[in-house]
Design a protein around this ligand. Structure first.
Ligand SMILES: [Zn+2]
Ligand SMILES: [Zn+2]
Length: 176
């Protein structure tokens, strides 16, 4: 089961979108009430939040094959040695940040379809990590590492054949 939780203010449309899309891929999705952004995640000298602090503040789901918590936040995240991250994973918990997925972030005109497609890729990518998948060398596979938004745009939102087999071996079914 995928547990979906917004952290701080995230527009309802995005959550409903994730709920529908993830349900069609992973079957069961439950939406938990929004979590507060922990005050300790604010780092005064930067206009970003500490991703690891937020991730660790989220309650972990009950352990079980295919169980994952996906937190969604609309603020820019960093972790210790990276300037920014699109998302991060710790055990059965993952978060994705929507902040760098909008065209406006790159001073381009808004494109809602592109924004949603990027968001879905990041969600499916981080959930893949929760389910034990490493990064994939196939640049079209959703598990390929995104160093920049153009990597995200190049890859698809699905797991490649090899990644899908690895998922099945660990008891996770993903339908596309
Ligand atoms: Zn990754
Ligand atoms: Zn792959």
């Amino acid at each position: 089961m995928i547990i979906l939780q917004s952290i701080g203010v995230v527009d309802r449309g995005s959550i409903t979108f994730f709920e529908g899309e993830l349900r069609s891929i992973f079957d069961t999705v439950k939406v938990r009430p929004a979590a507060k952004v922990p005050a300790s995640a604010h780092v005064p000298e930067r206009d970003q939040l500490d991703g690891a602090t937020i991730l660790q503040s989220l309650p972990a789901p009950e352990p079980g094959a295919g169980d994952a918590l996906l937190g969604v936040i609309d603020e820019d995240l960093f972790v210790a040695d990276l300037n920014f991250v699109f998302g991060l994973v710790y055990g059965s918990r993952a978060i994705i940040s929507l902040a760098r997925l909008r065209q406006e972030f790159y001073s381009l005109s808004p494109n809602q379809d592109l924004f949603r497609e990027r968001a879905l890729k990041e969600a499916v990518h981080e959930l893949g990590h929760v389910f034990g998948l490493p990064h994939c060398s196939d640049r079209r596979c959703v598990m390929h590492f995104s160093n920049s938004i153009s990597d995200t745009d190049f890859k698809g939102w699905m797991y490649c054949e090899r990644c899908r087999e690895m998922l099945e071996d660990s008891g996770v079914k993903a339908s596309f």
